[in-house]
Design a protein around this ligand. Structure first.
Ligand code: MN
Length: 486
């Protein structure tokens, strides 16, 4: 461990590159299916992905649309002119011998991502983002002298988002990764499923005691926010440790060992000239009209910041706001309830839909998708909230109604009725029960009359019990006081 004193002498500089898998139906340049998740190796491949001689790529228009949406999610607009280049390297899972990417004229330049860390806003500028085709996957079976190549992922459309080196701590690196993830999800650019590697982070870290930047290392293919933070932390400690011993940092690509929670050296870093970038003559430039860009802008869904504003206005604290936002399907429902029924109703719904968030969030905690349409869900959530506000349902009963309501789309009234959960607010019926309870419990009744208000809780409990939990407790309290003449 490096002491705090020594660590404070160094400036940490971090830049992050993130490959975001675009949610297209087919690949970037071929008609092969883009969903390689559970497919048998080499079944989602055609002549273009194999790189057969004479096969010509055709750009997938949907990928351009999704990248254009990403531009708005990053606080900018897509470039009206962008084009594709060839990045050459030789590896068995790259049949063409080059990756098709955008080197000279990317579709996104500039932009920024702002998020809150420890209550303070932090802005990271975006350098650029480019569209590119993924390579295939190589595996090296242990104990054999051969490698296996699966080209299902070859040609999968990616958007590589490159940040400026504006990040200065591992915590900021994690905050940026999380915010980028949320924006890509809310903009509906990517399924952003971290488990399936839909977003992979490369973290560039350097440390320096002077105003000059130190030599950096790049730790590649991190697929969780926690590993982004831990890998950055590990590199900061490792690099400062080396420098303090008078050693030098080697510019290199490193991997992340999740089990050992450490980075390890993979290869020395290529300089960009080694890739022999050149414009791809098989693909025309991408030219976007102002009308096209305006249409994309008009179709943009609400982004996390819009929800933050709404949810803060509902009186939710910052932590709770982030917990709701971490689940886009829940946030969308709460946002719609807010628009239709106002802050109080929306706040109640927010707490119902809230799932405990772990440090690293995946799709696991989300409101389960159902066949029920969103408009019905919103209508039912508002009705349920009103039932609680009007004391027709206890909050415990409301939770029971909620689960089956979200699954089936049945109205909360119908479910509460079937499950026999409706609270009795009929004064006459409860007054009878109250009279009986007071007669059976003269001591407690007397205590209450003598000003020992603790005892009233016991009496209300008895009323609840005799009514099988259906009496409205506020009404029961009122009637007990009335009958005891206090
Ligand atoms: Mn890349």
């Amino acid at each position: 461990m490096i002491s705090e004193d020594i660590r404070r002498q160094y400036t940490v500089t971090i830049g992050i590159e993130c490959h975001v898998q675009l949610k297209t139906k087919t690949k970037l340049f071929s008609g092969a299916d883009n969903d390689a998740r559970e497919a048998a190796p080499n079944t989602l491949v055609n002549h273009i992905d194999f790189g057969l001689p004479g096969a010509l790529p055709v750009l997938n228009e949907k990928a351009v649309e999704l990248a254009s949406r990403a531009a708005f999610a990053l606080g900018t607009e897509p470039q009206r002119f962008s084009k594709f280049d060839r990045k050459h390297y030789f590896y068995p899972d790259l049949p063409l011998g080059y990756q098709i990417t955008q080197f000279y004229d990317p579709i996104i330049k500039d932009g920024e991502v702002t998020f809150t860390l420890d209550g303070e806003p932090k802005t990271v500028r975006i350098h650029e983002a480019h569209i590119e085709a993924d390579a295939g996957k190589s595996t090296h079976p242990a104990g054999t002298d051969y490698s296996l190549v699966d080209l299902n992922r070859a040609g999968t459309p990616l958007l590589e988002v490159v940040s400026e080196a504006d990040i200065h701590s591992p915590a900021e690196a994690k905050g940026y990764a999380r915010e980028l993830y949320l924006r890509m999800r809310y903009a509906d650019v990517s399924d952003a499923n971290l488990y399936y590697g839909n977003m992979r982070f490369d973290v560039n870290v350097s440390v320096s005691k002077t105003s000059e930047l130190g030599k950096r290392t790049e730790t590649k293919n991190l697929n969780s926010f926690r590993s982004v933070e831990r890998a950055a932390e590990y590199e900061v400690e490792r690099q400062i440790g080396l420098l303090e011993q008078g050693e030098r940092i080697v510019q290199e690509t490193r991997g992340w060992d999740d089990a050992g929670q450490k980075t390890f050296s993979q290869r020395s870093k290529e300089d960009s000239y080694e890739y022999r970038y050149m414009p791809d003559p098989d693909l025309p430039p991408v030219v976007l009209s102002d009308e096209y860009v305006a249409d994309v802008a008009a179709a943009m869904p609400e982004l996390p910041d819009a929800y933050r504003t709404k949810f803060s206005a509902m009186g939710l604290d910052a932590k709770t706001v982030e917990d709701v936002i971490a689940d886009p399907s829940a946030a969308k429902l709460v946002g719609m309830v807010y628009d239709d029924a106002g802050p109080d109703t929306a706040k109640r719904v927010a707490f119902w839909l809230l799932r405990p968030q772990e440090d690293d969030e995946t799709a696991a905690h989300e409101v389960e998708p159902t066949e029920v349409d969103t408009a019905s869900q919103v209508k039912n959530l508002i009705a349920l909230s009103h039932m609680v506000a009007e004391n027709k349902l206890s909050s415990t009963a409301a939770k029971e109604v909620l689960d089956s309501m979200l699954k089936t789309g049945e109205s909360p009234e119908a479910i509460a009725e079937t499950k026999n959960l409706l609270q009795v607010s009929d004064e006459g019926a409860i007054a009878e029960i109250v009279a009986a309870v007071l007669a059976e419990n003269p001591k407690a009744a007397g205590d209450v009359q003598n000003g020992e208000m603790k005892a009233i809780g016991f009496l209300v409990g008895q009323v609840m019990k005799q009514s099988q939990g259906k009496a409205n407790p506020a009404l029961a309290t009122k009637l007990i006081k009335k009958q005891l003449g206090i």
